[in-house]
Design a protein around this ligand. Structure first.
Ligand SMILES: Nc1nc2c(ncn2[C@@H]2O[C@H](COP(=O)(O)OP(=O)(O)OP(=O)(O)O)[C@@H](O)[C@H]2O)c(=O)[nH]1
Ligand SMILES: [Mg+2]
Length: 463
């Protein structure tokens, strides 16, 4: 290994996004940082610095000094976090300078010259984990928070950062460790007359553990939607106002609206947030019988979109009331989650009833007079993300976490089966140990280098 890649070698990286900005922060982690940095820091009056000039956790206005040109490079604010009260558990120095690319580049070069190498992606957080400042579930929640595409996803990630997932896993591990202790006691004392925990009790513990793990995994798709967005598709007959609704939800004119039926031919997709819920919204070609090949292709695309949808908004025309085509559309989407939207309420003459046979949430709106639109957005948000689920906290799992939980679940089920078949303790304990190991991996008890590499490679440099 190269000496510069030693794990405790001081590292530096830009902690703010690359590019031009008012302020940019360079973060440095390691030991003896003050002494290392003294030669490149000056008081604003040009005087050299002494270590006592940098009291802990206080921003200090200093100049960055270029040792090569012997000239000031930037005016900066510098802060020192002594070990272990810092993000990484090592000493940290932050240089808050101006966000000029040339200055930042030169600063990183100077740091490298004085022995502070550029950090690898996620290396700060990796050090934090190795120094016991963070467990892996919290570290992974930090990536989820940084990449969160909506407020809801950010809130979940924050909950996980505060340790909700870690706590769940540790509680489960404790219970399974007790079961393992009993299984192993039955091995150690097999010759003596000690009664181990009776198998119905062990099986009870195991089945409640598998139930718990199963629940987390079932919640995972919801967590993924929170992170990546729910697919919501607007459908309906031609001319009912689908594109008008699409534009309204998007707050901009993205799709063409016209009185000619069959205006939208293609599927148009856009990302947005509806009351904090991330949505990938599609406007589609109006569904009807047609001989026109382009329109027919658009309609085929709509049906394809419907297959991927997490929910639909079926738009109906309140001016005309329910038509036979609407009824067959309702049949077609009977299996799908969604809301029925009566649009054009301004044209509703009360000559017919606005009723549908199936028990679905219906909302009455008019895009022309802008009525009922807030209620529609509230309904959309609550049907995509029911309040009960939000309260309990959907779990956002990284792919690795899902994979590891599935491995733990399989091992537990195997253990249950072996116990039911009255296999000896040394056989039944094996899968239980594997399950515990998998759960341990999730919180970071097992820290294989390769595993850490895989996790932290997805981080930003500087985190
Ligand atoms: N009176 C009234 N007209 C509306 C309302 N919403 C939309 N329209 C009009 O209805 C016509 C069709 O609107 P679009 O949004 O293009 O309808 P669409 O469902 O996307 O139609 P296709 O793309 O042809 O399937 C336009 O002239 C809109 O201005 C409404 O609430 N009231
Ligand atoms: Mg349209």
């Amino acid at each position: 290994m190269l000496p510069t890649l030693l794990p405790d070698h001081p590292i530096a990286a830009l902690a703010t996004p690359p590019g031009t900005s008012a302020v940019a922060i360079i973060r440095i982690s390691g030991f003896h940082l003050i002494n290392l940095l003294l030669p490149i820091l000056r008081h604003p009056n040009g005087q050299p610095l002494s270590p006592s000039d940098l009291p802990p956790r206080q921003l200090k206005r200093l100049d960055l000094h270029d040792p090569e040109t012997q000239q000031p490079l930037d005016q900066a604010m510098v802060v020192h976090f002594p070990a272990p009260r810092s993000y990484t558990g090592e000493e940290i120095m932050e240089i808050h300078g101006h966000g000029s690319q040339v200055i930042l580049q030169r600063t990183l070069e100077i740091l490298s010259d004085i022995g502070i190498r550029p950090a690898q992606p996620g290396e700060f957080t990796r050090r934090a984990c190795l120094n016991g400042k963070l467990d892996l579930t919290r570290a992974e929640a930090i990536t989820a928070l940084i990449h969160a595409s909506s407020l809801r996803a950010a809130r979940e990630a924050l909950r996980q950062m505060e340790g909700s997932l870690h706590h769940k896993i540790e509680t489960l591990r404790e219970r399974l460790l007790t079961v393992l202790a009993h299984l192993e006691a039955s091995l150690d004392f097999a010759d003596e007359d000690i009664d181990p925990l009776p198998s119905p009790l062990i099986l009870g513990e195991l089945s409640s553990a598998t139930e718990e793990l199963g629940k987390w995994l079932r919640q995972a798709p919801l967590g993924e939607r929170l992170r990546d967005g729910f697919h919501l598709t607007i459908i309906g007959r031609p001319n009912v106002g689908k594109s008008s609704l699409f534009n309204h939800l998007l707050r901009r004119k993205r799709a063409i609206v016209s009185p000619t039926p069959g205006t939208t031919r293609d599927c148009i997709e856009s990302r947005l947030e509806i009351q904090g819920v991330p949505v990938i919204l599609s406007d589609t070609a109006g569904l009807r019988q047609t001989d026109e090949p382009v329109e027919a292709e658009g309609i085929a695309l709509t049906r394809e979109k419907l297959r991927q949808a997490d929910g639909v908004l079926l738009v109906l025309d309140a001016g005309t009331g329910l038509t036979p085509e609407d009824e067959s559309l309702l049949q077609e989407i009977s299996e799908l989650h969604g809301i029925v939207v009566w649009n054009k309420m301004d044209l509703y003459a009360r000559s017919h009833e606005l009723k549908i046979a199936s028990p679905r949430t219906t909302v009455q709106i008019s895009l022309r007079t802008e009525t009922g639109l807030d209620e529609l957005e509230r309904e959309i948000a609550s049907f995509l993300l029911p309040v009960s689920v939000d309260g309990e906290g959907a779990i956002i799992l990284a792919a690795r976490q899902k994979e590891t939980l599935t491995r733990a679940l399989r091992a537990l089920i195997e253990c249950e089966t072996l116990i039911v078949h009255k296999r000896p303790g040394e056989v039944t304990a094996l899968p239980l140990r594997a399950a515990l190991e998998a759960l341990g991996e999730l919180v970071g008890h097992v820290t294989h280098e390769a595993l850490l590499d895989r996790i932290f490679s997805t981080f930003c440099i500087g985190k």
